[in-house]
Design a protein around this ligand. Structure first.
Ligand code: SF4
Length: 282
């Protein structure tokens, strides 16, 4: 799904704003979408590498079906390149790995374990949209909920398609333009905000997370700007999670976020009228 054929058997993926142009036998930036004889194919369809039953609060989603635990799936790969990724072993794998698990079987597992819904999480579900969508459609029919944990780096057309079957989403809004270009390998945060507006318009329950990293996105003015955008565009009843950073991946020398920083952010969010502010990883 979501690609165009070009000359010389090349393809252009239009799933995310990277718009990778992919030659035959190569994969796009995310490593899981391959040009096979001029056709873009998903290498992770029905191939989750992580399957677990998690509390929804772990996503974090605190204001959607509170108290429930749901079947959670993730594959390998990612369309961002965050230097501090907490799941780098699956987002930047040396190859494709996972277990065969077709959408029908996911629904069966939900029934067997009494899971009321499915979370598409651990890595960015946008890059495995075909598998996610097929599973989401079956989940809807079976009366199960669908929640995504996403970086929001999705193009409008696929975001609208997802919205049709999506009940709730937590989007990690990581920081401002310099933050995204320095630490995540993309030019700016505009596509992420655009996706959030699409989910909002579609009536999806949204919660926002901001992982606060000392020296990169922890200035009061940065928090103020982000929170005021959320309050104005998504509404003051959008739950906001400020999360504590722990050294990881390429940023093992950066210190842990002091609790005081999270409390400062909480104060700013409350000043803007955000009703539900949660501090995470504490
Ligand atoms: S989804 Fe993957 S292949 Fe497609 S544009 Fe994004 S990074 Fe490139």
């Amino acid at each position: 799904m979501f690609y165009r054929k070009l000359k010389d058997k090349k393809v252009k993926c239009i799933l995310c704003p990277r718009y990778c142009i992919i030659s035959e036998n190569k994969t796009g930036f995310c490593g899981v979408r391959k040009n096979v004889a001029g056709i873009l194919q998903s290498l992770v369809y029905s191939k989750p590498c992580t399957i677990n039953i998690d509390p929804l609060t772990k996503k974090p989603l605190y204001h959607f079906r509170p108290g429930t635990r749901c079947l959670s799936l993730g594959t390998v790969g990612c369309n961002l390149d965050c230097s501090y990724c907490q799941n780098s072993d699956i987002s930047h794998p040396s190859g494709i790995f996972g277990e065969d698990l077709f959408p029908e079987r996911v629904i069966e597992l939900c029934k067997r374990y009494g899971s009321p819904g499915i979370a598409y999480t651990y890595n960015e579900p946008t890059i495995w949209i075909e598998y996610a969508l097929d599973t989401m459609k079956l989940a809807r029919k079976a009366g199960l909920y669908n929640v995504w944990v996403s970086n929001g780096y999705t193009n409008p057309e696929p975001a609208k398609e997802i919205s049709k079957y999506l009940d709730a989403i937590n989007v990690d809004v990581k920081g401002d333009t310099p933050f995204y270009s320095k630490l995540c390998g993309i030019p700016d945060e505009d596509p992420i905000k655009r996706s959030l507006l699409i989910y909002k318009k579609a009536g999806v329950h949204i919660e926002v997370t901001n992982l606060m990293i000392p020296g990169f996105n922890d200035k009061p003015e940065q928090v103020d700007k982000l929170v005021s955008w959320v309050a104005e565009n998504l509404g003051k009843d959008t739950p906001f999670h400020f999360s504590r950073f722990f050294p990881h991946f390429r940023m093992r020398d950066t210190p842990i976020t002091p609790i005081e920083t999270l409390k400062m952010a909480e104060k700013i969010a409350k000043k803007h009228g955000i009703k539900h502010v949660h501090l995470g990883n504490v």
